[in-house]
Design a protein. Structure first.
Lengths: 742, 331, 164
């Protein structure tokens, strides 16, 4: 059996569990005393509940209780107790807190019954009378009142100060483009609806299976809100059926399930219906203006990017929409602005590549518009303005293989065969468009811990309270650990998703491989160190005076890299030391002193071919090449899948997805998967993923940049650009549904 | 779902008898729409009469050369039935353009006829809707109406019928056979579904307690020159924004007979004999096809978001007629 | 009698993954809820509960259907195969093996439905190209976007049959 390695295309270690139906998700844990909660949500967007009548629901045999603001216990009163790790500034939603309704779909009651069917039926019998107040859900109406977001959201960086004089430079530029781009609110819709199962243990403590991207976040939230000690609450979530950001913050079903379990002293499960998945956070509705000024040879002289995204009235959700525009292209005069405007909707939440997806949709559309105005090949224009350093922070990139992405992507796509003019490629009734766009995402690392237990039979158990929302965390962590200790992959078990384990960063922002991977690496290095020390005490040890750099772990053995002495089995080292096992626990902390001297980003170049039916307006994506510079690739197989997923999301965003608001009602109305269109099999063509070589020893000890986000960034712009190339029609409001092309 | 009684019927008489006198009882076969509606409390039957064991699963040739499809034949079995696929390819195409394989495996022929609209507001029990709660109002008219009707709508309702199969059946001029407390009768397809008028809660002309037992296809299936063109928001598994079913009988390069029905535009599959008459006796020609498209939307009215459907119908009709003349969708 | 559901339940017999079960079910219990809540077979997933995602796909008498829209009581006498019944002991079904090899899933939540649907698809015999597979698998959404790998996995599992 060979040593597990990073860089090799391993099958997922949790694959068998997933293809046999054994992988268990939050709403699938159970207990003998389990009862079921079903949420009642508000029908109005703003106002007050004047009467809530649960009598008919309570009269059904088997209905245990209906919780409303009238009978829910009073809990923590400070906002900060309700603020989770990644909450934006403001006052978080407190479900069932009072009679006030702040958005349509707000949870206003929880019906608890002996069975799911009964709880759902009883929920329909709860009668609510409202006193409605005027609401506003139109972004255009509040855009002028946009404000700087309140502080507090982790990872948010206000736009950099202007460089040069962008407005003057724009006015003076020989070639200018200026346009407004918009996309609607978009709901994540992971396949697994949000769900929480709270199991009340014999000692009264709670074991909670919550659909979350951060078990620690859920645990801390529950402890703060309900005033519980951290040893009274354990959150265990071994599998998450897709997150994409929707599980970054605790969703209201967690609160409601815990509330009911504590009141009833019974285990409770609350699962949101698909309709209710449209009552939680979403990618915010955003309007952006981009203005570019250039010399006739294509050199950028001015870049202005202004964006306004929606938030709720009670929190300032914010994201990094515009900073990318100052980093991606060399331009002496830039002005980047961002604000948020409050609507009577729930607070948005990070959605796959938050901010970058939005900003790059506008920027990369505008660059394409400029290329068209200049009559220059869009790829050539991008190369002409290629940024060699981060001008906003005046620092180098720790690595940037974007040029290789452009080159490799173009070669795979056959870009040189493209004809420059729009409407110049055709196949019968179909107009063909070829276009491209650039993607960018920030490489990040956050502190994380891991522990490891190596037993004398050479089995290694590594654990960290990270998550598995689908990227392949179990697999790559096992690979890292196996490689470090020279073990076959099957000898390693990686455990995650449990607050009883050492804490890890929340799973988001493409930072799990970087952060938790570094912790796994560190804890395995600690094991290596212990083993080397023990080996040095063996009689005639070849390792005397040797450091870790001089040795390697291969085939369950320790040996000198020079190979001059025979390898010593790990089992023999432990036997000699009289140890049945060795345990280590380590925290990996980013080397901020070094990292802060550089800007670290992942990049991509996305090439797309579309076919547009000229008469009917239907758009078909026929092929996609995504060339990615994402640092070191730990597992090419799972890495490719992450990019595929990003591209599919990009197709959805560009052509299909749209959470439609009825402004009269202030409510999302297409709240189901029949009418909120996400891509289906038939929408998705062959997708060619290329990882270009990129070495980076600054970002983290593994040299990885993370792949969860980069695959989607730029895709919507690439498709919109391709639609332009096909039809000569520039669509600046997503999604590009056929009505916009008729 | 509400609490309801459950009865399993063994034959048609038993089923009809079980439903008699209880207007709130409903027949159930595939369940793909009814169970869905019951979960949202949009349908709340007092009793479900399970008709899946009734002997209505045959596809058989009729003495007049037509074909009778039993009400319980699944959509998949109809679509892939060799007689249907060869003689009525329009019907096969329409069925396969709808829903998903799983749903087509479950859904019955009779049930497909009785599908209810996919209007957002009808499906959201928290909102007013004249079809769901008569007299409560129609928020779609001034709301989000991208998928709504441009033809035959009323001030009370602008919902559209969601079926693809029914558009083909309208073009084929099928007959619906039903049995009820008053006995058996046959309903011309064009008369089976109704326009909303002031009673949008009623989708069909079925009388209380009547059970669909079969759909009969006439002898002419337009196999050589037919097509089903479906225009939708994604490439599969989406309801039609506009669909066109066309059947032509061509004699020496001239259109001897034409059938044309539209889906996604009205409360029922939209068939306009005056548009068909424009084609009869003519040689195929794009200008003629455009005139037919124009004629079909002469009374069309949009509500805002769905205005595009008027232009889309014009274009889809031309494309569908071109395809039909050429022999079919892939020709 | 089901807890809290009154006494109006019906006796049915179901063969589930080869085992014959005699059950009392309320008429409003869907096949999906029966499998997940009563029988502990949580492999079949609830993604939408409205037949709009395919995560609940199971095989009833060998035919793929959406179990969320099927009332259990109406399946009296039927044979149901769920994801838990595809493998024979430790030996995975060829499609399961192919899904692993092609990395045809990420979060895994749609996977049981995709697999049962693919078993049904192959049995139906109407898919003759990758485009056919795409069209005839479109009733199974995958939000992680594993579609290209799913199509490849099914294509591989079909190949020996086609060559035969």
């Amino acid at each position: 059996m060979t040593t597990g390695k990073t860089g090799a295309p391993h099958d997922r270690v949790d694959g068998r569990a997933k293809v046999t139906g054994q992988a268990r998700y939050a709403g699938e844990f159970t207990a003998p005393d389990l009862v079921h909660g079903f949420v009642v949500t508000s029908a109005i967007a703003r106002g007050k509940i004047v009467r809530i009548d649960a009598a008919e629901a309570l009269a059904l045999p088997g209905v245990l209780q209906v919780y409303t603001h009238e009978n829910a216990p009073r809990l923590a009163w400070r906002d900060r107790s309700w603020r989770d790790m990644v909450a934006p500034g403001g006052s978080p939603l407190r479900p069932l807190h009072d009679a006030e309704v702040q958005f349509s779909g707000q949870p206003i009651a929880l019906v608890v019954a002996e069975s799911f069917e009964l709880a759902r039926e009883a929920a329909g019998l709860v009668k609510v009378d409202y006193e409605a107040a005027p609401h506003e859900t139109r972004l255009a109406e509040v855009e002028a009142e946009a404000h700087e977001p309140a502080r507090g959201k982790k990872g948010y960086t206000p736009p950099p100060k202007p460089r040069g004089r962008a407005d003057e430079a724009l006015a003076a530029a020989p070639v200018r483009v200026e346009a407004t781009y918009e996309h609607p609110p978009l709901h994540h819709n992971p396949m697994e609806p949000h769900a929480t199962t709270v199991i009340v243990e014999a000692d009264g403590s709670l074991t909670i299976h919550d659909k979350t991207q951060g078990v620690t976040n859920s645990r801390d939230y529950v402890c703060k809100v309900f005033g519980l000690a951290s040893d009274q609450v354990r959150v265990v979530t071994p599998f998450v059926g897709g997150g994409f950001g929707s599980g970054l913050r605790p969703q209201y079903q967690l609160f409601l399930a815990v509330l009911a379990a504590r009141e009833l002293r019974r285990s409770v499960r609350v699962v949101l219906s698909r309709q209710q998945m449209f009552t939680i956070g979403y990618r915010p509705w955003t309007r952006q203006r981009v203005a570019l000024g250039a010399e006739r040879d294509g050199r950028l002289r001015a870049l202005i990017h202004e964006a306004v995204g929606n938030t709720s009235r009670f929190e300032d959700y914010c994201e990094n929409v515009v900073p990318w525009s100052g980093v991606l292209y060399e331009c002496p005069n830039t002005r980047l602005e961002y604000g948020v405007a409050a609507l009577d909707l729930y607070t948005p939440i990070d959605a796959r590549a938050p901010g970058a997806v939005t900003g790059l949709w506008a920027l990369e559309s505008a660059i394409d518009e400029l290329a068209d105005a200049l009559d220059i090949d869009p790829l050539a224009l991008r190369l002409k303005n290629y940024a060699e350093e981060d001008q906003d922070h005046r620092r180098p990139f720790s690595s940037k293989a974007l040029r290789d992405c452009y080159r490799e992507g173009a070669a795979r796509f056959g870009w040189h065969r493209r004809s420059l003019a729009a409407r110049s490629m055709r196949e019968g009734a179909l107009q063909i468009g070829w276009a491209m766009a650039t993607g960018i995402w920030e490489a990040q690392q956050a502190p994380s811990q891991a522990k490891a237990l190596l037993t004398a039979d050479c089995r290694l158990h590594v654990a960290s309270a990270s998550g598995e929302i689908g990227p392949g965390t179990y697999t790559i962590m096992s690979q890292i650990a196996a490689e470090q200790l020279g073990l076959p992959l099957a000898a390693v078990r990686f455990e995650l998703g449990d607050t009883a384990l050492p804490p890890a960063m929340i799973q988001g922002g493409s930072a799990t491989a970087s952060s938790v991977g570094s912790a796994v690496l560190a804890v395995c290095r600690a094991l290596q160190h212990s083993l080397l020390k023990l080996a040095q005490t063996m009689p005639d040890s070849p390792f005397g005076g040797r450091a870790l750099e001089d040795v390697e772990f291969v085939d369950r053995s320790l040996r000198l890299c020079s190979g001059v002495a025979p390898a010593v089995p790990i089992a023999a080292i432990m036997r000699h030391a009289g140890l049945g096992s060795i345990a280590e626990q380590t925290t990996a902390i980013p080397d901020l002193a070094r990292q802060s001297r550089y800007t670290s980003n992942a990049h991509s170049a996305v090439f797309v071919e579309v076919a547009v039916d000229e008469a009917l307006g239907t758009v078909t994506v026929r092929r996609v090449v995504s060339a990615v510079a994402g640092g070191r690739i730990l597992n090419p197989k799972t890495a490719r899948s992450q990019i595929l997923g990003g591209v599919v999301w990009g197709i959805g965003m560009a052509l299909e997805e749209h959470s439609m608001l009825d402004h009269g009602l202030g409510r999302f109305v297409n709240h189901n998967l029949g009418e909120y269109h996400v891509p289906v099999h038939a929408d998705v063509p062959a997708i060619d993923v290329v990882f270009v070589e990129e070495r980076d020893d600054v970002v983290n000890p593994l040299g990885v940049k993370g792949l969860g986000e980069i695959g989607i960034v730029g895709v919507a712009a690439a498709i919109a650009n391709a639609v332009f190339h096909a039809t000569g029609r520039r669509i600046r409001e997503l999604p590009i549904t056929l009505d916009k092309l008729l | 779902m509400n609490r309801f009684g459950y009865t399993r019927a063994g034959d048609v008489a038993e089923a009809v008898h079980a439903a008699a006198g209880d207007d709130a009882a409903q027949f159930i076969a595939g369940g793909t729409n009814l169970v869905d509606l019951m979960k949202e409390r949009i349908a709340a039957p007092s009793r479900l009469i399970d008709i899946t064991r009734l002997p209505l699963r045959a596809v058989k040739s009729l003495p007049d050369g037509g074909l009778e499809i039993g009400a319980l034949v699944s959509n998949s079995d109809v679509a892939y039935h060799p007689e249907v696929a060869s003689r009525y390819p329009l019907l096969s195409q329409a069925i396969l353009a709808g829903a998903s394989p799983q749903l087509r495996n479950m859904a019955s022929t009779g049930g497909n006829l009785l599908q209810r609209t996919r209007c957002y507001y009808f499906y959201d029990a928290a909102l007013p809707c004249n079809k769901r709660a008569p007299g409560s109002g129609c928020p779609a008219r001034d709301g989000v109406n991208r998928i709504h009707a441009i033809l035959g709508a009323s001030e009370h309702c602008i919902a559209v019928h969601p079926s693809d199969m029914c558009v083909a059946l309208a073009a084929l001029a099928a007959t619906v056979h039903v049995t009820g407390p008053a006995g058996a009768r046959a309903i011309e397809f064009a008369e089976f579904h109704r326009l909303p008028g002031d009673a949008p809660e009623r989708d069909t002309t079925l009388q209380p307690g009547e059970l669909v037992t079969a759909v009969a296809l006439p002898r002419e299936g337009f196999a050589a020159h037919s097509t089903y063109l479906k225009v939708r928001d994604r490439h599969s598994y989406a309801f039609a924004l506009v669909s066109v079913a066309v059947g032509l009988r061509m004699v020496d390069g001239t259109i001897a007979e034409a059938r044309l029905a539209l889906g996604g535009v009205a409360h029922k599959p939209w068939r306009d004999p005056t548009a068909e008459a424009l084609l009869r006796g003519q040689r195929p020609d794009d200008a003629l096809f455009a005139a037919v498209g124009e004629h079909l939307v002469r009374d069309a009215r949009g509500c805002g978001h769905n205005d595009f459907k008027i232009a889309l119908v014009r274009r889809a009709v031309v494309r569908a007629l071109q395809q039909a003349v050429a022999g079919g969708p892939r020709a | 009698m089901l807890p809290g559901m009154g006494d109006d339940t019906c006796a049915i017999t179901l063969k589930v993954n080869g085992s014959t079960l005699r059950l009392q079910v309320a008429p409003w219990t869907t096949l999906l809820d029966l499998l997940r809540e009563r029988l502990g077979l949580t492999g079949s997933k609830k993604g939408c509960d409205h037949g709009q995602c395919g995560a609940c796909t199971v095989l009833v008498d060998g035919v793929r259907i959406n179990s969320c829209l099927s009332l259990a009581v109406m399946r009296d006498g039927a044979s149901v195969t769920t994801i838990e019944g595809l493998a024979e002991g430790d030996a995975l079904h060829p499609l399961q093996q192919s899904f692993i090899e092609h990395d045809a899933f990420q979060c895994g939540y749609c996977t049981p439905g995709q697999l049962c649907s693919a078993v049904g698809l192959i049995a139906e015999g109407h898919a003759h190209s990758e485009d056919d597979i795409r069209e005839l698998m479109s009733g199974n959404l995958c939000r992680c976007g594993a579609y290209p790998n799913i199509v490849a996995a099914i294509g591989q599992a079909m190949r020996p049959r086609r060559d035969a």
